[in-house]
Design a protein around this ligand. Structure first.
Ligand code: URP
Ligand code: ZN
Ligand code: ZN
Length: 472
């Protein structure tokens, strides 16, 4: 039995902030209170630091076969990079190959992750081919495998995209078992048409990727997805929302009392489309879908957080090295879509969000840990610091300043999307299930330490609350 006592830290949850000690035994928090006295194998002084729940990134792609290559982080390097930045759990995507079963995708992703991941992980089920066979698999995906969320793509025709009829069928079937359907919401046909037009005109530079993925393509698909969910009275979740137009479709839906969960990603809050004007092929570093938008969209997303329209902040971590990006040197449509980010989500959101007064500390925890845990059926095991919860705890030094660079990051990627960004606030230590896995920038964990997290159906977690705090 491994026993840890963390003393004098300031615990921050989605609702509270208080100074207390935390005692950990058997991978879980056993007690929280002032001046706890327990025999422990490890005693850590966290004075002057915040204790945050381990981050949950609801959107990553490790080792993803995509656009003729594979994302460059696998489950070992990617989850380790996440741990360095305070993300202790990721939800990756096991994506069905069209013509094959859901089970074969789950098998494939377990093979990629089991025994390799360093941090904890779960899967969304990527459904790219909803047919009578797929329909029969849904119950087992939820009930046997604990994969309770389904990812759909309204773009990437010929690889991942499904049509509206498939979407309706999936929503109904998943809904029977408490599954929630999520979507990459962009109008695939509009994108394909614009891409072909730009290429025909000889416009082949990275910035034409962005011009082929306009805001209206995302707004239209977001509205359509929301309407399809409304038709069947189903919950829904939109991944990586980037823009005002899409957010306004969500705002409209709230007027008929519909619940739409929205994820944005850190890059859409902090970066804008002026990066595509960088010289040469530089703009390819930010070629992902949807693309970066305008400053007015960043403002809309920050306001959306305030207005409770945006619920989670992920990364869509999907890195490609520059030699992979160069597959599209002469044709933007061949640049593998994606960028690294899992390591810096929490520090960037703290620095740009909390430190600059845009969000509260509690909101920071809600966006990075509690809301993903609740929406995706992991709460209160994950997503908070409470008695009985997994001891996934980040000791965070709010005063420490540092600079992000590819020279020092842990992503397996030869560039950083945030090169040179100065950040205030740094992860000092990270506990995953009570084990000190990162300390002062050093990794103390072995390949395979990460566990697969089977999840509960949507909203079942509401019947379970964290246990009461003691001795406060
Ligand atoms: O460009 C992106 N986002 N790449 C990963 C796949 C996806 O659409 O999420
Ligand atoms: Zn996507
Ligand atoms: Zn993605």
């Amino acid at each position: 039995m491994h026993r840890v006592l963390i003393q004098h830290g300031t615990i921050v949850t989605a609702t509270d902030k208080f100074e207390a000690d935390v005692y950990i035994e058997d991978e879980q928090v056993q007690a929280i209170g002032k001046n706890l006295s327990y025999d422990a194998d490890e005693v850590i002084d966290a004075k002057g630091c915040y204790l945050f729940p381990g981050g949950i990134d609801p959107h990553t792609h490790m080792d993803l076969p995509f656009m003729g290559t594979f994302s460059s982080d696998d489950f070992e390097t990617g989850t380790l990079a996440g741990l360095h930045g305070g993300t202790t759990t990721i939800i990756d995507f096991a994506i069905q190959t069209q013509g094959k079963s859901l089970q074969s995708a789950l098998d494939e992703w377990h093979q990629k992750a089991d025994g390799k991941a360093v941090g904890d992980y779960a899967f969304h089920m990527g459904v790219t081919d909803f047919n009578d066979n797929t329909r029969q698999e849904i119950k087992d995906v939820v009930e046997k495998h604990g994969v309770t969320s389904f990812k759909t793509f309204m773009a990437y025709k010929g690889a991942f995209m499904i049509d509206d009829r498939q979407m309706l069928g999936l929503m109904d079937e998943a809904g029977k078992y408490g599954g929630i359907v999520t979507a990459h919401a962009e109008n695939g046909d509009m994108i394909d048409e614009l891409t072909a037009k730009h290429k025909a005109q000889g416009n082949l530079a990275p910035k034409y990727h962005a011009l082929s993925h306009p805001e209206i393509a995302e707004a239209e698909a977001s509205g359509r997805f929301i309407d399809l969910a409304y038709k069947g009275n189903h919950p829904c979740y939109i991944v990586h929302m980037t823009c005002e137009g899409a957010l306004n479709r969500v705002r409209e839906a709230t007027k008929r009392n519909q619940t739409v969960h929205v994820e944005t990603c850190i890059q859409y809050l902090l970066l804008d489309d002026s990066l595509y004007d960088k010289p040469g092929f530089e703009g390819s570093k930010w070629v992902f879908s949807p693309p970066l938008r305008k400053p007015k969209d960043q403002e809309a997303l920050w306001s959306g957080i305030d207005q409770n329209l945006v619920h989670t902040v992920g990364t869509d971590h999907c890195p490609f090295c520059m030699d992979q990006k160069r597959m599209g040197e002469n044709d933007f449509s061949k640049i593998p879509n994606g960028a690294p980010g899992v390591e810096h989500r929490m520090e960037l959101l703290y620095s740009e969000g909390v430190e600059k007064g845009r969000i509260s500390l509690n909101k920071f925890v809600e966006l990075t840990a509690t809301a993903p845990a609740k929406i995706f059926g992991m709460f209160p095991k994950k997503g908070t610091i409470a008695v009985g919860s997994d001891a996934d705890i980040v000791i965070f030094d709010p005063k420490k300043e540092h600079t992000i660079s590819a020279k020092t990051h842990h992503h397996r990627c030869d560039y950083s999307a945030y090169e040179g960004w100065q950040v205030k606030g740094k992860v000092r230590s990270v506990f995953l299930r009570g084990h000190l896995v990162i300390d002062d920038g050093k990794a103390l964990v072995e390949k395979g330490f990460g566990q697969y997290i089977a999840r509960k159906p949507y909203h079942q977690e509401l019947s379970e609350s964290p246990k009461q705090l003691v001795n406060i």
